[in-house]
Design a protein around this ligand. Structure first.
Ligand code: PHE
Length: 342
């Protein structure tokens, strides 16, 4: 077949091949079979060598035209197919905004976590740093260094869980006070949240519960500093109108020792069920760090003084959220827990 007929035939074959093309991917394959390195049009070009010299110009022109025409046909169809495919894709991805949404369930924090985080946030705003001591303690940190006599009833097997002679589950986060004072020079300002354990079990007591301890040691710290700080704490946790009062108490590691009450935030102090008619609610224990405790930690009590306080996190949670049974805080019932959101 001469080259001119071949060019005509190729033209027709291109049209035929394009008729059946339905996708841009398929088009690409067909394109290669005509315009690729070994495609029909390219093969024809290779025959130029055999063309007689006087016809070279004419045939060359015909071949170039064929090539240009073929490319144009492919480009035109490619544009059309691409547009169609894009429209199809958009149609498939259309979102029906009138459909009802899918609700994603969000969890909530445990009341203990909420209170602990709130307390940490309040006290760290006052410059306290968090220190977490170990839950397994020895008698020295939990009792002896806290000036608790060897025959003190709190040390009894009935109150304390002993793991081995001299080794126990801490009964108070106060144990951490000693660890801090042993390892740090004043000024000291720490907050120590954590779990504690006591052999106790009723509606307001649990064998495991959580405490938040605070300790401040520096030159010239007085009971007034403690009172001022507690006033601020009580307002932040229970409300602006809440007042605090100190009652004398006893802890071996503080002298003087106090119990701290807040005016009843439920009745405003008139007397109600929550405050058992007294107008006041006990929230924590505190006091000035006993000289003997400071001395035992190598801190000179004639130069430094300090205060400490400790509160039950569950107790604060129960008061603040009106929870009447401590067991609810340990059962993990989601219907109860999901009621507490920030
Ligand atoms: N550790 C005491 C308790 O568990 C509370 C307390 C802490 C009292 C710090 C005074 C100072 O009851």
């Amino acid at each position: 077949m001469d080259i001119e007929s071949n060019i005509r035939l190729t033209d027709e074959d291109v049209d035929k091949a394009l008729k059946d093309v339905t996708s841009s991917k398929q088009l690409q394959e067909v394109k290669m079979s005509f315009l690729g390195k070994t495609g029909r049009v390219s093969e024809l070009m290779k025959h130029m060598r055999e063309v007689a010299a006087e016809k070279k110009r004419e045939i060359g022109q015909l071949l170039n035209d064929l090539r240009a025409r073929t490319e144009e046909k492919f480009n035109a169809l490619n544009d059309k197919l691409k547009k169609k495919e894009l429209e199809e894709r958009y149609a498939a991805e259309t979102v029906d905004i009138t459909m009802p949404g899918r609700k994603s369930e969000s969890g909530s924090f445990h009341p203990n976590t909420l209170i602990r985080d709130e307390l940490v946030s309040i006290f760290s705003g006052m410059g306290f740093e968090v220190f977490e001591g170990p839950e397994i303690e020895n008698e020295y940190y939990n009792f002896t260094a806290l000036n608790t006599p060897a025959d003190h009833p709190a040390r009894d097997m009935q109150d304390t869980f002993y793991l081995a002679p001299g080794l126990l589950l801490r009964t108070q986060t106060s144990a951490g006070q000693i660890r801090v004072m042993e390892s740090k020079k004043p000024p000291i300002k720490i907050l120590s949240p954590g779990k504690v354990y006591r052999s106790d079990d009723d509606a307001t007591h649990s064998p495991m519960f959580s405490q938040m301890e605070g300790l401040v040691v520096d030159k010239g710290i007085t009971l007034c500093d403690l009172k001022g700080m507690l006033d601020e704490f009580a307002k932040r946790v229970f409300g602006e109108s809440v007042k605090t009062r100190l009652r004398p108490s006893y802890f071996p590691f503080t002298e003087p020792s106090v119990e701290v009450d807040v005016s009843c935030f439920e009745c405003g102090g008139k007397g109600c069920r929550l405050c058992k008619g007294t107008g006041w609610i006990e929230v924590l224990g505190a006091g000035m760090v006993n000289r003997r405790v400071l001395e035992g930690c190598g801190i000179d009590p004639d130069v430094y003084s300090g205060f400490a306080f400790g509160m039950g996190i569950e107790r604060i949670a129960m008061l603040k959220y009106g929870i009447n049974n401590m067991k609810l805080l340990f059962e993990g019932d989601v219907r109860f827990l999901k009621q507490f959101k920030d």
